[in-house]
Design a protein around this ligand. Structure first.
Ligand code: ADP
Ligand code: MG
Length: 483
């Protein structure tokens, strides 16, 4: 049984489809040569095209198209070799042209699929309806002057990909997993940085509710939700609101709403009655976009390995669990880090170290792999010291902590601190003999059948040897002397 919400009339199913706007990573804007860099002084990155000066003509940016095609390929989607731009007309102060150039009837990318994973390990496919290219608008600022609004056109004309999902999502958790997975794929592809706080990725969340087995009911669209958590909260809040509306005998009306994170509720922004009539028509200043088969093929061949494929490869190549592989491919940097540590070594042990002590250390320090004092090469070297019996597993933890603190290589730390494992059988024999001599009572109990005490003797010997004894040899020697 899937997710449902309980109302007075029983269980309700939640239906969600997402429209994600993802800012394309490119040097310049979709139709002008102005910089597409985030930030900068207001109106520093504005060409005459972006400012809507009369007679200025848009020129399509090939790299933005390539980014959209790469994204389509990454979403296992159909690439449309013929697409077209349309003019979407509306007035807004931060839209100097009075229209947005978008793709309406003929998007560059058609249907695809994204596989999501839920907390319980369930995998589910979410259909992609389409991906199209369009321009971003500028930004109106109402808090800079007591009586005037000011406008920053730096973002006007920056390329966006709108990625539309099928209404396949059935819970807040699935909505969150979808946005996270989409962001992960875009980041792997290098087509969008996915920074939702900076607005380079934002979601319009379409929500409806229904009784099991029914047709879809009317949906509402919650605009511009800018974090994964808010997407999840917005789905739940809106679904609860709609359940209440239906159960009180009223009807949900299709409208655009806003999510208010402070109140944890959605509120109406505009209803369908005053919805825009955009008067779309084919953009007369641009030719249709025709993609060369060979060009698309070349992009496909250069596509990086994506998270799902990498995850499967990690399972096969390194023999680690599907779960662990999922953690390690979270982003490219982490995956590369792991591979550097694992290559040519005990790959399962490498996974345990990376996901255990290493991640814990990053967490504790509030840092990331890029600025970590422990490099992949040094963590690998630490595993080598365990493998060649220079140090034992216990001491390795101590060496690792010193690596975190000093950023030094493990062999340097082992030498400086004298942590080399003792494999000298003479020294171990003496230490065991001393422990046995000092614990005659325990020895008697052991010989009387209390075999659990074996661990006690080993522990005492290791303690006496400052934990540096070779565990295998110590075990053997304790066994031998007790007999
Ligand atoms: P429009 O053309 O009006 O924007 P679409 O059919 O393109 O509408 O759908 C927009 C988004 O709304 C898509 O992500 C889609 O999955 C979602 N959607 C459509 N119908 C429903 C519904 N009944 N409940 C929830 N989401 C829906
Ligand atoms: Mg829409």
């Amino acid at each position: 049984m899937g997710y449902s919400l309980e109302g007075a009339t029983g269980a309700w199913e939640v239906v969600v489809g997402l429209e994600v706007h993802a800012q394309v990573i490119s040097e310049s804007k979709l139709f002008s040569g102005a910089s597409a860099t985030y930030g900068g002084a207001p109106n520093a990155h504005v060409s005459f095209v972006d400012a809507g000066f009369p007679g200025m003509l848009p020129v399509i940016n090939r790299e933005c198209v390539a980014q959209a095609v790469r994204t389509g390929l990454g979403l296992k989607a159909k690439i449309n070799h013929w697409s077209r731009f349309d003019r979407k007309n509306y007035f807004y102060a931060d839209l100097p042209n009075g229209y947005q150039i978008s793709q309406f009837a003929h998007p560059v990318v058609g249907t695809g699929v994204v596989e999501i994973e839920l907390a319980d390990g369930t995998l589910k496919e979410i259909g992609i309806t389409r991906l199209h290219l369009e321009q971003d608008a500028g930004k109106s600022m109402h808090d800079q002057h007591p009586s005037k609004s000011v406008i920053d056109l730096n973002r006007a004309g920056v390329a966006l990909m709108e990625i539309v999902s099928e209404p396949d999502i059935r819970s807040p958790e699935e909505a969150g997993a979808y946005v996270r997975k989409l962001r992960q794929i875009l980041r792997y592809l290098g087509t969008c940085d996915g920074n939702m706080e900076e607005g380079s990725m934002r979601a319009d969340v379409n929500v409806s509710v229904r009784k099991a087995g029914e047709e879809f009911r009317t949906r509402c669209e919650i605009k511009n939700v800018n974090s994964v958590r808010f997407v999840m909260h917005a789905v739940e809040a809106e679904a609860r609101r709609q359940i209440e509306v239906w159960e009180s005998g009223r009807t949900v009306v299709q409208e655009t709403r806003l999510y208010d994170p402070a109140r944890g509720e959605t509120r109406s922004m505009r209803s369908k009655e005053d919805a825009h009539d955009y008067r779309y028509f084919p953009e007369p200043d641009l030719l249709p976009l025709v993609l060369d088969e060979a060009w698309v093929k070349a992009l496909a061949e250069k596509l990086p390995e994506l998270p799902d494929e990498k995850r499967k490869r990690f399972c096969v190549q390194y023999g680690i669990s599907f779960y662990d592989a999922g953690v390690l491919v979270v982003d490219q940097v982490t995956a590369d880090f792991y591979e550097t540590v694992a290559k040519g070594r005990d790959a399962k042990l490498a996974a345990n170290w990376v996901m255990g002590d290493f991640f814990a250390a990053l967490n504790r320090m509030g840092t990331t792999i890029d600025t970590s004092p422990v490099t992949a090469a040094n963590l690998g070297a630490l595993l080598d010291l365990i493998a060649d019996a220079t140090i034992n597993g216990k001491i390795a933890k101590e060496v690792f902590e010193a690596m975190v603190e000093t950023g030094q290589a493990p062999d340097v730390i082992v030498e400086e601190k004298g942590l080399r494992q003792v494999t000298d059988t003479g020294a171990i024999e003496a230490a065991v003999a001393a422990v046995i001599a000092a614990n005659a009572d325990k020895v008697a109990e052991y010989k009387g059948g209390k075999e659990k005490l074996f661990g006690f003797f080993v522990g005492q010997v290791m303690k006496a040897m400052a934990r540096k004894g070779n565990p295998a040899i110590v075990n053997e020697e304790v066994k031998r002397q007790l007999q």
